[in-house]
Design a protein around this ligand. Sequence first.
Ligand code: 2IT
Length: 445
Amino acid sequence: MNVNEIMLDLERKHPGESEYLQAVREVLESIEEVYNQHPEFEKAKIVERMVEPDRIITFRVTWVDDNGEIQTNLGYRVQFNSAIGPYKGGIRFHKAVNLSMLKFLGFEQTFKNALTTLPMGGAKGGSDFDPVGKSDGEIMRFCQAFMWELWQNIGPDTDVPAGDVGVGGREIGYMYGMYKKLAREYNTGVLTGKGLTWGGSLIRPEATGFGALYFVEHMLNRAGKELKGATVAISGFGNVAWGAATKATELGAKVIAISGPDGVVYNPNGMNEEKLAYMLELRASNRNIVAPFAEKFADATFIPGKKAWSVKCDIALPCAFQNELTGADAEELLANGTWCVAEVSNMGCTPEAIATFQKARILFAPGKAVNAGGVATSGLEMTQNAMHISWSAAEVDEKLHYIMQSIHEACVKAGAEGDYTNYVKGANIAGFLKVARAMLEQGIV
Ligand code: 2IT
């Protein structure tokens, strides 16, 4: 494989799709060496096939807003790879959603899902619908209209969507309601992230953040460090940030920053139960601002226009959006003494930021390993749905723990570079080998 040649070809086919091209380049660069040791991969053109989605479904979503105005958005489902299981991955509602974003996310999801140890292929979907400021009725009508188009393309053994940015339990509920009506069957396995009384799994809402902290604990243990007493800066204040802040606090770390598009909240005394509960309220308000947190809690300060990375911390956890931590942010964190960065958002760091952390040889791990607990627990939800049972919170949490430990071990095994662990390389190689071998065994399809 020649990475530059493949990238040139891909850029020609998909001009301007910067996130997608960025995600593919990162993976190809880190698997190149291993790939070239396997002539059978080269012969079967595994990489050339793996970088293209199996299929993309695009559709128009038309709905009526509260003023009676007709609105039209774009809807997508990118079914990326089904070598190891049915397509699986979230749905993102955000005004910036486009095909480049969903292709990058679907590509990443393929490797992430392979790392979970569970049989799930990779997919992603979404819409440029902007949930900010929308009423509950508008959210419901949009979700219904979205599912009206999507429903025939999904199913428990075909493609199983879930939540992502802008899509939580409420949206999954509205989508499932419409699915059930159209399909005329009670088929819970078609979506994950469901409510607990109608097929959802305990721990699924917490799983991305909890799993991330289990992964970070393993990284720290291996490096002879501790979470207890460490200061943690988190970007975002949504479901993932909440789960991460909750588990970090439980494990004895101090979460000293959360952030939003409007700025950062400096929270020097860390979180407590009341503050964590307020994070959920803030997200549910649909206003997408973090400033009210500092109005409610006197020991917190809001700094407008600043990112979480301006706060001096031991551990930085991007929990919001792709490329939210840049090369300049990485320099600032290093100057402030940060010694561990774990992406909880997908591709939270730019390539420059990753290179900066790796050059400084601090602990760094990529989203596809760190945040895999979310989709892994979706996989556990699918299992419970298929068996028509529900496991206790302790059972699910124990399985999540075990999965995060397995992912950490796989990364360490494939990512060792002398006495440094290159978690990016480890995650990419481990995920790639599993998917590549499955593709090879299934022939030219
Ligand atoms: O990025 C992700 O892994 C998710 N949004 C969760 C996907 C899922 O199917 O649970």
